[in-house]
Write a protein that binds this ligand. Structure first.
Ligand SMILES: Cc1cc2nc3c(=O)[nH]c(=O)nc-3n(C[C@H](O)[C@H](O)[C@H](O)COP(=O)(O)OP(=O)(O)OC[C@H]3O[C@@H](n4cnc5c(N)ncnc54)[C@H](O)[C@@H]3O)c2cc1C
Length: 381
């Protein structure tokens, strides 16, 4: 088995790194304080083609295979310090564009994909509710059929991009008698009467990515905005999660690689007791562990991308990848901070940002505990 990147994929990754360093750098700390989204960066990402990585060229995308998408996003995670922008972009890609590509009608694809890919519209998905998190399919949001329309009522919580989104993929119960088979997905556009978004939520990390509550109050959606068939909600959600758990975490891998290189350099330059701190085994072993995490994260991620590229399903592998990479990023960020001492704890450096931003990865796209449940149940337990 060969999971290595082709020359073209390596060049793409390098090109994204160069682009991110050149066009996405700004006064990130100032924007974090104001919790401001990087609109300029968003438009630049669209111009580069990052918002259409997996979409066919006919819709304005780059038409890339899964491993090329992973290579590009790893490059973005490595080159871009604004993890909030990277997270918003991934949500847009994997929980909005990709499901429309996979499950949308030709009319829906033509109507929504080009403007999403050009970055003129921002997308996301709304599954979680105040009382339905890990147990997502216990949702209360209802979509009642009324002729050729659905009336949506309910509240969604912690929705990435909601305050800036032009459309969201909203999951709602269409047939309560059918359990998780009675859930459907709807494309809901901003401006639809009965659709509103609360104030952006204040989070510990990812401060430049707006998250919010979504309220649906007698919100009428035409039948043509249902994505896939009625009752397909679970299939759509599971398919998008497989992609998200693979590709979103490619950016974490890139960020981990950056933290490793910075920490390695620091440990060789910083001297205490007359020698580089890296000469102490207590420090060098931490760096070795960081390198092991990067290497294993890359292997599992490339395997998931390779399987997706072969058209295979990868529920077990994508759960393992999500669990391992998100936990590794937290662990490596903590160690990188520790190795930088007080400088690491200071907001002058990027280390405390890695810690704040990495922690969310253990929660979204299914918590670490839920990934372990998925893995053990797929192993027959
Ligand atoms: C940054 C961020 C972005 C997000 N973006 C979106 C988005 O765009 N769209 C969206 O729909 N949602 C989004 N979410 C919500 C996210 O999907 C949920 O937070 C997640 O599914 C967990 O739900 P919860 O927070 O309600 O925790 P709960 O489900 O209440 O869980 C609380 C704790 O109990 C544990 N637990 C629960 N059930 C079990 C079990 N059966 N076995 C073992 N442990 C269990 C959990 O692992 C967790 O540790 C986002 C969350 C974050 C933090």
């Amino acid at each position: 088995m060969d999971f290595s990147l082709s020359e073209e994929q390596k060049q793409l990754k390098e090109a994204v790194i160069g682009f991110a360093r050149r066009d996405l750098e700004d006064d990130l700390s100032a924007r974090e304080k104001k919790r401001e989204f990087h609109w300029h960066g968003w438009r630049k990402c669209a111009e580069f083609g990052l918002l259409g990585l997996p979409a066919p060229e006919s819709y304005g995308g780059l038409g890339l295979d899964a491993l090329s998408c992973v290579a590009a996003l790893e490059g973005l995670g490595y080159g871009c310090r604004d993890h909030g922008l990277v997270f918003a972009l991934n949500s847009h890609l994997w929980t909005c564009i990709k499901p429309i590509l996979g499950f949308g009608s030709d009319a829906q694809k033509e109507k929504y994909l080009p403007s999403l890919i050009r970055g003129e519209r921002v997308g996301g998905h709304a599954m979680t509710e105040p009382d339905a998190g890990s147990d997502a399919f216990s949702m209360r949001c209802r979509a009642q059929k009324a002729g050729d329309r659905y009336i949506l009522n309910g509240t969604k919580m912690f929705i990435t991009n909601a305050p800036i989104a032009d459309l969201l993929l909203v999951f709602a119960v269409t047939d309560p008698g059918k359990g998780i088979g009675g859930t459907s997905a709807f494309i809901v556009e901003k401006g639809t009467p009965g659709f509103s978004v609360g104030q952006p939520l204040e989070l510990m990390g990812l401060k430049t990515c707006p998250l919010g509550e979504v309220i649906l109050q007698d919100c009428e959606i035409p039948e043509e905005n249902r994505l896939g068939r009625e009752g397909a909600g679970m299939s759509i959600f599971n398919a998008e999660m497989e992609w998200e758990r693979g590709c979103l975490f490619a950016a974490h891998l890139g960020a981990m690689q950056r933290a490793l290189e910075e920490t390695n350099r620091y440990a060789r330059e910083r001297e205490q007791f007359g020698q580089p701190i890296g000469d102490n085994q207590a420090i060098s072993h931490k760096i070795a562990d960081m390198a092991v995490r990067v290497e294993l994260s890359r292997l599992i991620l490339y395997k998931v991308a390779w399987m997706k590229g072969q058209g295979q399903r990868a529920p077990l592998e994508s759960a393992i990848a999500k669990l391992f990479i998100s936990e590794s990023y937290v662990q490596s960020s903590l160690e990188a901070l520790q190795i930088h001492g007080a400088y690491g704890y200071s907001a002058e450096y990027d280390l405390e940002r890695h810690v704040r931003d990495s922690l969310g990865g253990r929660i979204y796209s299914g918590t670490s505990e839920i990934q372990r449940n998925i893995i053990s149940s797929l192993l027959g337990m």
